[in-house]
Write a protein that binds this ligand. Sequence first.
Ligand code: NAD
Ligand code: UFG
Length: 349
Amino acid sequence: MEQKSILVTGGAGYIGSHTVLQLLLGGYRAVIVDNLDNSSQIAVERVQKLAGEYGPNLSFHQIDLRDKPALEQLFVTTKFEAVIHFAGLKAVGESVQKPLMYYDNNLIGTIVLLEVMAAHGCKKLVFSSSATVYGWPKEVPCTEEFPLSATNPYGRTKLFIEEICRDIYQSDSEWKIILLRYFNPVGAHPSGDIGEDPRGIPNNLMPFVQQVAVGRRPALTVFGTDYSTADGTGVRDYIHVVDLADGHISALNKLSDPSVGCEVYNLGTGKGTSVLEMVAAFEKASGKKIPLVLAGRRPGDAEVVYASTDKAAHELTWKAKYGIDEMCRDQWNWASKNPYGYESPDSTA
Ligand code: NAD
Ligand code: UFG
């Protein structure tokens, strides 16, 4: 049987690299398009190595999605079964400072991709949306039918792209699109060879905790201790990045179901964990003490967000397998082997 080729935009990034590995191990060919704006080619090399005998089924192209002729060229030479579209900028605070940069990169990049896909008759897409589209939910767990909102330009790009996808499906029912709303991806591949390596000061909880643990930062600032939660800190649905990656394989399989049009699924665990609970789990996994600075709320943060997982369980037959102890174990394994991310001396050689 001929192997199916999947185009993975943003495949050198955190979630993309883990998904590409699962694709290769699942027998797919993977073609990464990434401009390396927020990633390293070392991640691609490590994925290739981790994939063992499947490694040769991976190819990488340093292309910006907005470079239409370069993307066209790729579609001329390869027939893609589907596209998994991760590429985008994702820092909430930066998007408030530089909204046009976010609209240009995320929206124009996506529109160019969709145009090129349509022109080449590739109409199957899995898109990285986010739980951020639920805003501050009135109740939890969040179901896919909840009202949508956005409080910053990053979130608005997710909302707009979801709407664009619904519109193109309305205009042409040959499209098959799955919008995946991720909750909070954390952890790393159990090998410790690939993981999250943010540029600059991390915006998100676990990359920050990890940098405190390896001595790169003195303390974690806890944003808000007066929420109506058991310990006063914010509650989120943390999901192991390998579970999340597997969710994409399930979504890809679902695209072959004739009943699929433009569908949306939450990818989360359905469990809420507070900041302090997460820090305690990381301390247990790493044996490191994480000094804390208790501070006020971060503007725009919701109090409690976690997923309803029923729809993905029933329709994608996918469920997260790992809990926070495994997430923290694997996060620490990655951090201790690569304290400076991909710029660390090569621990895999
Ligand atoms: P990441 O920054 O590690 O990966 C994104 C990749 O896209 C990077 O490798 C970057 O270089 C690339 N890229 C960005 N703009 C590009 C362009 N114009 N052309 C080509 N490549 C480009 O981020 P991630 O955490 O892996 O997130 C992947 C996707 O999932 C993003 O769309 C993000 O918004 C979404 N998401 C992430 C989270 C999270 O907490 N990590 C949560 C919800 C949704
Ligand atoms: N937090 C701290 N200190 C930090 C960082 C975070 O206390 O240094 C707290 C936050 O206040 C929040 C929790 O840790 O209560 C999680 O914060 P993150 O920034 O890790 O995650 P968010 O839920 O705020 O947002 C993330 C991504 C969004 C994405 C969303 C849902 O940043 O892009 O998850 O997937 F949309």
